[in-house]
Design a protein around this ligand. Structure first.
Ligand code: GAR
Length: 203
């Protein structure tokens, strides 16, 4: 059984999809040990509470886009106390750097709303739309010290329609996110993921 810690700053729909997949036994061999948010009233915390999953608001510096210093240590302490094997970033809007990466080497996984390496950073679905891309999508990847740059585990493409708005495109991308993220968790629980340099081999 692998224990997962989920970090999120917002709505928590990816967290909810994973929790639901665990509850319905679509995912076997994984449990969510703790949900942590850097946003006090984030919906992800309410969702965790409603499901009876331990959850915690741990403040992080308002003026920083990364997690570091004392606050990073608070996150590491909470995750270690919960005995987590893997950390899932489900809409966590801060960069993950040295300390936490060293504490959980190759154990941190992020979902990004674009077909990486295209459109890293923020509001990636909007970046794809504004750029005129014909396909957008989502990527699940290991986290390294760069921005959205770690080895890719899974991707799903979504066609961009002429009448898409940022909202309609993001909504279709999220449908795919809620499919591929639980699948990746199952692969991890089954020990089926191997990293060879930049490449992730499955099976
Ligand atoms: C998701 O679309 C996720 O890909 C994105 O935030 C959203 C969170 O939604 N993440 C990033 O942009 C990370 N840079 P959720 O809170 O409903 O799961």
């Amino acid at each position: 059984m692998i224990k997962i810690g989920v970090l999120g700053s917002g709505t928590g729909s990816n967290f909810a999809a994973i929790a639901e997949a665990i509850n319905s036994k679509e995912i076997i061999g994984a449990e969510i040990a703790i949900v942590i948010s850097d946003v006090k009233n984030a919906k992800i915390l309410d969702r965790a509470a409603a499901l009876g999953i331990p959850n915690k608001y741990i403040p992080a510096d308002d003026f920083k886009t990364k997690l570091d210093g004392k606050q990073e240590q608070d996150y590491i302490d909470a995750l270690q106390k919960a005995n987590v094997d893997y950390i899932i970033l489900a809409g966590f809007m801060r960069m993950i750097k040295g300390g936490i990466l060293n504490a959980f080497p190759l154990k941190i996984i992020n979902i990004h709303p674009a077909l990486l390496p295209a459109f890293p950073g923020l509001h990636s679905w909007k970046q794809a739309l504004d750029y005129g891309a014909k396909y957008a999508g989502c990527t699940v990847h290991f986290v390294d010290a760069g921005m959205d740059s770690g080895p890719i585990i899974a991707q799903s493409a979504v066609e961009v329609k002429d009448d898409d708005t940022a909202e309609t495109l993001h909504a279709r991308i999220q449908v795919q996110e809620h499919i591929i993220f639980p699948k990746v968790i199952q692969l991890i629980a089954d020990g089926k993921i191997k990293i060879e340099g930049r490449k992730v081999k499955i099976g």
